[in-house]
Design a protein around this ligand. Structure first.
Ligand SMILES: Nc1ncnc2c1ncn2[C@@H]1O[C@H](COP(=O)(O)OP(=O)(O)O)[C@@H](O)[C@H]1O
Ligand SMILES: [Mg+2]
Length: 275
């Protein structure tokens, strides 16, 4: 289990919940005992994972700890050798990213999947285009551009992305932070259950990172739980409700910004201190 050493919260029957303040909250996405080997490299060696409703869960860990592999198992990009995934308590198996998307799990990978030549609205609806009603749409496959623009605008406004003003602007004319905002907005628009962000601020400047961090808070406030993979400790400690520390292919601990310092987190991450 993932006990927090010296945590002042009195223990209840489920240790993880009591220690991390999640008692009574609903797990949305969980994994238990995930194993994934690439040849002789064991990327995951019995990894557990729990995401609760309404939280930002950060996932941290040294290079090679299995963070990306864990996320790929949750998002259907990789099929684990064994272990069980549950979404809203029901066992699920994702063989493809599309299956995870269909189940409401959207992932923004570090290598951004935006299409530079298309405008913002088209990027939001890439692969999920709205067609015109009737035979124009069903037979001639005509796109309902106006409808896509309207709802893209609404989505961007709902998320309070002030940096994106003109929905018809080609994405190639946007800054790194604005592109990231488009990718996150798309995930938020279609991720009905979970949004996973892999290093969303890695390529961004300070101001742009601030914008993405505001966006993540807004997602949480809109009720979407967010999984945030990041090396950026100040960002993690600013945003996360709980922090999953991945080490040597397993979850070594779950801590919170209240229970532990950044130094504690790094010490557990590197193995300098037992979890
Ligand atoms: N496609 C792959 N083929 C072979 N080895 C891989 C592959 N993906 C990851 N690994 C290995 O699995 C381990 C965990 O990698 P990864 O999940 O990317 O860790 P992290 O994201 O925490 O840096 C590493 O030793 C890595 O080299
Ligand atoms: Mg990685």
């Amino acid at each position: 289990m993932n006990l927090i050493p010296n945590d002042p919260t009195p223990a209840e029957d489920t240790t993880t919940a009591a220690d991390t303040g999640t008692t009574g909250r609903r797990p949305v996405l969980t994994a238990s005992g995930l194993i994934k080997a690439y040849g002789r490299v064991e990327a995951l060696r019995g990894a557990d994972f729990e995401l609760f409703a309404g939280e930002v869960l950060a996932v941290i860990g040294d290079n090679g700890a299995g963070k990306s592999t864990l996320i790929k198992c949750l998002s259907g990009a990789t099929v684990p050798d064994s272990g069980v995934l549950r979404l809203d308590g029901r066992p699920v198996q994702f063989r493809t990213p599309q299956q995870a998307k269909d189940a409401g799990i959207e992932t923004v990978y570090q290598t951004l999947a935006v299409t530079p030549a298309l405008d913002i609205a088209s990027n939001l609806y890439l692969g999920r285009e709205i067609r015109k009603k009737g035979p124009l749409g069903t037979v001639f496959r005509l796109l309902d551009t106006a409808a896509m623009r309207r709802s893209a605008e609404e989505q961007i406004r709902k998320l309070g992305i002030a940096t994106l003003q003109d929905i018809t602007q080609p994405v190639e004319t946007l800054s790194g932070g604005q592109r990231q905002a488009v990718a996150v907005a798309r995930a938020a628009a279609f991720g009905s259950k979970v949004v996973i962000l892999d290093e969303p601020t890695a390529a961004l400047g300070v101001r742009e990172s601030g914008q993405v961090s505001e966006l993540i808070k807004r997602l949480r406030d809109n009720g979407l739980p967010v999984v945030l993979i990041s090396h950026d400790m100040p960002l993690v400690f600013e945003l996360a409700d709980r922090i999953h520390i991945q080490r040597l292919g397993r979850r070594a601990a779950v801590i919170t910004p209240r229970s532990h310092s950044m130094e504690d987190a790094v010490a557990i991450m590197t193995g300098a201190r037992p979890a």
